[in-house]
Design a protein around this ligand. Structure first.
Ligand SMILES: CC(C)(COP(=O)(O)OP(=O)(O)OC[C@H]1O[C@@H](n2cnc3c(N)ncnc32)[C@H](O)[C@@H]1OP(=O)(O)O)[C@@H](O)C(=O)NCCC(=O)NCCS
Length: 151
């Protein structure tokens, strides 16, 4: 069995449909594709024997200064692991990978937004060092928090 984390190329974007439903979430899929094409979103996928199992992204530009500060702070976005592969350490490996990648690219801070009822993700991010609360608020999907990690 060969497991690896690779950068997602635009031509392989549709293969993420193995992880989440691109048709059902077409607005998100279009946004992510556009941001990848513009070069402000880098997406990495976890593959096992070539099959797409999980993904994570790093976004360098947004209109929210909590999430991105040019040259300093990047935003961790869209961490997801295909449901039958969860609790095997893949989400943590993807998170560690993107943290290291951001540090290597010279960024000193990483932010993430997470719903307050998403205990698995909150626990994962806290254990990965996202220990500063930037903001607590509510949007159409419910209460959420913005967290920060210093790299
Ligand atoms: C959040 C998510 C990415 C975690 O992926 P994963 O591969 O299952 O996570 P890992 O196996 O690497 O778990 C790492 C740590 O996170 C915590 N964690 C993950 N899932 C958990 C769960 N269901 N219950 C409690 N803790 C959990 C644990 O501390 C775990 O460490 P441990 O297994 O040593 O106890 C996955 O549940 C997922 O895809 N959820 C849906 C999408 C989502 O909510 N993404 C986050 C958006 S902000």
């Amino acid at each position: 069995m060969e497991a690896e984390i690779v950068k997602l190329e635009l031509c392989d974007f549709e293969k993420c449909g193995n992880i989440w439903d691109l048709q059902k979430h077409s607005d998100l899929a279009e946004q992510f594709y556009r941001e990848m094409r513009e070069g402000i979103r880098s997406t990495f996928v976890y593959r096992i024997d070539g099959e797409f199992i999980g993904e994570i992204s790093m976004v360098t530009e947004s209109d929210d200064p909590d999430y991105t500060v040019p040259g300093k702070r990047v935003y961790l976005s869209r961490l997801i692991v295909k449901d039958i592969y969860r609790r095997q350490g893949i989400g943590r490996k993807l998170t560690d990978f993107v943290i290291q990648n951001a540090a290597e690219r010279g960024y000193s801070e990483m932010s993430v937004g997470v719903d307050l009822d998403n205990y698995p993700a909150l626990k994962l991010y806290y254990e990965a060092g996202f220990d500063t609360i930037l903001f607590v608020g509510e949007d159409e999907w419910g209460k959420f928090v913005k967290l920060l990690k210093r790299l």
